[in-house]
Design a protein around this ligand. Structure first.
Ligand SMILES: Cc1cc2nc3c(=O)[nH]c(=O)nc-3n(C[C@H](O)[C@H](O)[C@H](O)COP(=O)(O)OP(=O)(O)OC[C@H]3O[C@@H](n4cnc5c(N)ncnc54)[C@H](O)[C@@H]3O)c2cc1C
Ligand code: FES
Length: 279
């Protein structure tokens, strides 16, 4: 994926103007936005993030949830946490925001060609993984089997429900879902996302596994994958750390020698062997 020719002229600290094109509440805490950068073409890799700024409020790193195969602009999903994310929740179509990026190292999409892929997502962790899942669906013959495991706290928090409905109808993606707490609306599996791992059909000793979710999930998923015989070299995880510059200058995201904004947010598990505190 080549970079936009404007990139060479960009000041990495200077936000580029962009227009909010579509806004949709996904549940009571997460909003979906489709953003159209003003002026120049926007190109990204699955798993990369942008710094989104709202005038007079501040800036926050947000992962791109759309695939690079989306022709116009990009999509994000934002959970309301504090000031900046609350301001993003107040945006309407036509509003202007600032964006810097895309930044960081995303998924190794080319190295994964021909391999079986298993995505393990917890809650909003589906949003970053969706960029690679959709990329695979748009380049389906380049990849092996694809299985997606999703765990969500409760029925009302589920993201991308209509899109998941489409995935369930496709023969070239196997989608398994569970929720932590059952209610009357839910007839599917109940329990945490690790309960889905024994149902994976791919050979887990050979498949490439991608994990993204809340920090507490990683420990249990990694234990379950070790028991299933998945080599550390075949596991990739998204790490989230507080960030400021996004470009390896300020040190806010640093874990020992690792700069999450530059070397991540997607890391190969075996590369973190000397930094267990990162997970
Ligand atoms: C690479 C990267 C990608 C991200 N992608 C997404 C995304 O796709 N969607 C999304 O909703 N959020 C994402 N986040 C998290 C998002 O950046 C934060 O929620 C946001 O910066 C909070 O800003 P705020 O001003 O709203 O809240 P603040 O007032 O800054 O913070 C509110 C509370 O959240 C805590 N907090 C803030 N940022 C983080 C963080 N990064 N990790 C842990 N705790 C934090 C603070 O300590 C505080 O307790 C991502 C973060 C990173 C580093
Ligand atoms: S966010 Fe500044 S060095 Fe990573």
């Amino acid at each position: 994926m080549s970079k936009c020719e404007c990139d060479t002229k960009k000041d990495i600290y200077m936000p580029q103007l962009a227009t909010v094109n579509k806004v949709r509440m996904m549940n009571n805490t997460e909003v979906y936005l489709h953003i159209l950068p003003d002026g120049c073409r926007f190109e990204c890799q699955p798993g990369q993030f942008v710094e989104v700024s709202v005038a007079g409020v501040g800036e926050a790193p947000v992962t791109i949830t759309s695939s690079p195969t989306l022709k116009d602009g990009f999509e994000i999903v934002v959970r309301r946490i504090g000031n900046v994310t609350a301001a993003i929740h107040h945006l309407k179509p036509g509003d202007k925001i600032g964006i810097r990026g895309p930044f960081g190292r995303g998924y190794p999409v080319d190295q994964m060609k021909g391999k079986d892929l298993v995505f393990i997502c917890g809650g909003i962790g589906l949003a970053p993984q969706r960029s690679f899942i959709k990329y695979v669906l748009d380049n389906r013959s380049d990849y092996g089997k694809m299985e997606v495991l999703l765990g969500t706290k409760c029925y009302a928090q589920r993201l991308f429900q209509s899109e998941i409905g489409e995935w369930l109808r496709r023969p070239d993606i196997r989608f398994l879902e569970t929720i932590d707490e059952a209610d009357d609306c839910w007839l599917g599996d109940v329990g945490v996302v690790t309960t889905l791992i024994p149902k994976v059909k791919s050979d887990l000793t050979k498949a490439q596994v991608f994990i993204c979710g809340p920090p507490v999930m990683y420990k249990f998923v990694l234990l379950a994958l070790a028991e299933a015989g998945v080599p550390k070299e075949n596991i990739y995880l998204n790490l989230e750390r507080k960030m400021k510059c996004g470009v390896g200058k300020c040190g806010h995201c640093q874990i020992n020698d690792h700069y999450v904004c530059m070397e991540g947010p997607v890391f190969r598990y075996s590369d973190l062997a000397a930094t267990p505190e990162a997970i």
